[in-house]
Design a protein around this ligand. Structure first.
Ligand SMILES: C=C(O[C@@H]1C=C(C(=O)O)C=C[C@H]1O)C(=O)O
Length: 371
């Protein structure tokens, strides 16, 4: 993985603009979140790294690693040479079916008797690479294409036989929660529009997003949910009233930086991730109603729209929302990737399809898939 000092097999990477964490070797593995939280509190000195699924009732993929390295600066993995030559083998559902699902969700959301304000619907693509791809090479490709250097890779094997040898790899722009001492920060994103190659059109897209009442409402549900989840845990909480624009190479997003001071010094970054996940950015409002709708329409999402991150032995850590990612199978050739978007009562189904297509570009361009 371009990190020659590791003495064990890498199990985890999180690259961020200003630092990166790499972990290797498995001292213990956890498929149950509660056991990993207990392990952190036991004070044996090891960190926890890995992935939480979308549905926390399903197995987690958490590891207490043998080696845990937290280093300044984004990760610069060994840059792969040559193209990957992956191709899409299946779409679940087909684009036209996704449009129908969104239209059905819009009708459900428009009827107040259904008691649901927002739901995030996703579609997924299966891909096959002609040559085996290593998780770390894939992560290096993603990080090289992201101006902020965001990338992650997590071994999913702790989640059980269905995930043996699988890795979740992606480049997420969204911080679910971060803890530095008693400071907790979140940077929820919701309300999106695709970037455009023409700078004038691109800027206009951003301005339109900032003014869009529909997108601000979509965003507001996420900010409100995070503020309600964090308020009981914080002695101070700063929640800006207005979202700001954030970009990735493929998307514009509305984002709100939230900052608080934690009251209980023993609460860990993993506890905080469990307290705020799943946010309405990837699930909906109210949460149980939206989650049931998603599970009924899409089935199990696995580790997409979960969280990937780390928590050190002091309780500090960072968890990203696991979006713009793919599950890479044990043979290094089979991949599944997902893209979703928040739906509210005035969403336009064709626009939602376009939004998911643009979100797919993060993973597809790293795999040299044209489109
Ligand atoms: C669900 C995804 O993205 C989430 C949904 C967004 C939206 O609906 O505007 C924006 C950012 C993410 O919170 C995804 O990328 O798959």
């Amino acid at each position: 993985m371009g990190d020659d000092e590791l003495r064990h097999d890498p199990v985890f990477l999180l690259s961020r603009p200003d630092e990166h964490v790499i972990a290797a070797g498995a001292h213990r593995r956890f498929d149950h979140l509660g056991d990993a939280r207990t392990h952190l509190r036991s004070g044996d000195g090891s960190a926890i790294v890995g992935a939480l699924p979308f549905d926390l009732r399903r197995p987690c993929a958490l590891t207490a690693p043998v080696e845990f390295h937290r280093r300044t600066g984004r990760w610069r993995g060994r840059q792969p040479t040559g193209a990957v030559a992956a191709r899409v083998t299946e779409a679940h559902p087909e684009p036209a079916q996704h449009v129908r699902r969104v239209a059905h969700a819009v009708a459900t959301l428009a009827d107040p008797s259904n008691g649901m304000d927002k739901v995030v619907l996703a579609r997924r693509l299966s891909l096959e690479s002609s040559d085996p791809l290593s998780p770390w090479e894939f992560a290096a490709r993603l990080s090289a294409r992201d101006h902020a250097g965001n990338a992650f890779a997590a071994d999913l094997s702790p989640a059980g036989p269905d995930f043996d040898g699988h890795h979740l790899i992606g480049s997420s722009p969204e911080v679910l929660v971060r803890k530095d001492g008693d400071v907790v920060t979140c940077h929820p994103l919701a309300g999106s529009t695709p970037r455009n190659a023409d700078p004038a059109v691109d800027t206009a897209n951003g301005h339109r997003l900032r003014r869009s009442a529909k997108d601000r409402r979509e965003h507001g549900y996420v900010v409100d949910a995070l503020a309600s989840a964090l308020a009981p845990l914080c002695r101070e909480l700063d929640v800006p009233a207005e979202p700001t624009l954030t970009t990735t190479p493929t998307m514009w997003h509305l984002g709100t930086p939230i900052r608080g001071l934690i009251t209980d010094p023993d609460i860990t970054a993993l506890d905080l991730a469990a307290a705020v996940h799943p946010t309405p950015a990837i699930c909906g409002t109210p949460t149980p109603r939206a989650r049931d709708h998603i599970l009924a329409v899409e089935g199990d999402r696995g580790f997409y729209a979960g969280a990937v991150g780390w928590c050190d032995s002091t309780g500090d850590g960072e968890w990203m929302v696991s979006i713009r990612c793919a599950d890479l199978g044990p043979d290094g050739r089979q991949l599944v990737t997902w893209a979703g978007g928040g739906i509210v009562a005035d969403s336009v189904p064709a626009d939602e399809l376009a939004e998911t297509s643009a979100k797919f570009r993060t993973v597809l361009s790293a795999l040299d898939v044209a489109g």
